[in-house]
Design a protein around this ligand. Structure first.
Ligand code: ATP
Ligand code: MG
Length: 281
């Protein structure tokens, strides 16, 4: 019998794993996104506990294709944890999470979820400071991961146009040669949103986008997020009520890990349960 050489980690090489499905044989998850029931994100009866504390408690949430949804709620309500579950960072104890009709998010890894078309913007911008605005977008284009600068030489005119379009959208066209490090805080946030857009997400999750922004930057961010909805769904978690009011259509209020109220900004602000929760903060 021939012996099989193990890899440096002592594991059998990948080609030996019989259940392996090679990447190129897998259908792109995004092509499986089925929106036939007019629902792009479907969270049902989700619960997760940390050391016995229920951070998410029988949470139900439905987002429609193209919707811009704002999520508000006091500190510790479970807003970020909900995003952690959607993006595969946290596994719930029970419940369901579906992307469209057919993609079961709880069966996918973080990378597979991103690949399937869910982009997430964290609060702190993580742009490459030494690279130019253009290069940051170039690097984030789908399929380019890890092969830059080899990829760079082969950027075609279609890809160039996409970067151009994105620069236009995020309002940084005039600054495309600038190193990202010299941008203002707000501009870095927009660049990062642009970097996410290069991956063509169908659902964009944005956690506290306007924290630390000037009023002018906030207005611009509101316009940007509003313009992004329609073609994709956008879920925005934000504490700044003036900002939420300026962009909100449907607002969901989370409290103690579940939905306390849902409706227009006026409806939720006049809801007695919501008033009680915010006054008690
Ligand atoms: N990985 C974790 N381990 C332990 N506890 C956690 C973990 N993640 C979140 N929690 C707890 O779960 C609760 C919900 O936290 P979460 O960060 O989701 O709230 P949030 O609504 O995003 O609050 P904020 O508005 O302050 O950002 C908090 O009590 C938090 O301490
Ligand atoms: Mg949070």
């Amino acid at each position: 019998m021939t012996s099989i050489e193990l890899t440096s980690t002592g594991m059998a090489p990948d080609w030996l794993k019989r259940d392996q499905v090679f990447e190129f044989l897998k259908p792109a998850a995004s092509s499986r996104l089925d929106l036939s029931h007019n629902c792009i994100l479907y969270l049902e009866d989700l619960s997760v506990s940390f050391d016995g504390f229920k951070a998410i408690n029988n949470l139900n949430l439905y987002i429609e294709p193209g919707e811009l949804r704002c999520i508000i709620g006091p500190n510790g309500a479970g807003k970020t944890t909900m995003m952690d579950i959607i993006t595969g960072k946290t596994q719930p104890d029970s419940g369901q999470a579906w992307f469209g009709q057919k993609i079961d998010l709880l069966k996918l890894s973080e990378a597979e979820i991103a690949e399937a078309g869910i982009g997430r913007k964290f609060q702190k911008p993580t742009v490459f400071e030494q690279l130019s605005v253009f290069e940051n977008l170039e690097l984030s284009m789908s399929g380019s991961k890890g092969v830059w600068p080899t990829f760079r030489a082969s950027i075609n005119s279609e890809q160039h146009d996409r970067i151009d379009e994105t620069l236009q959208m995020i309002g940084l066209k005039a600054l495309y040669t600038r190193p990202a490090g010299v941008l203002s805080h707000g501009q870095k946030q927009w660049l990062e949103i642009g970097m996410l857009l290069m991956q063509n997400p169908k659902l964009l999750l944005v956690d506290e986008p306007v924290a630390g922004m000037t009023h002018q930057e906030m207005d611009r961010t509101g316009e940007l997020l509003t313009s992004l909805a329609g073609e994709r769904s956008v879920v925005v978690v934000e504490h700044d009520m003036d900002f939420v009011r300026s962009i909100a259509r449907t607002v969901t209020v989370l409290h103690q890990g579940s939905v306390l109220a849902e409706g227009t900004m006026d409806q939720v602000q006049n809801n007695s349960k919501v008033i009680e929760v915010y006054l008690g903060e």
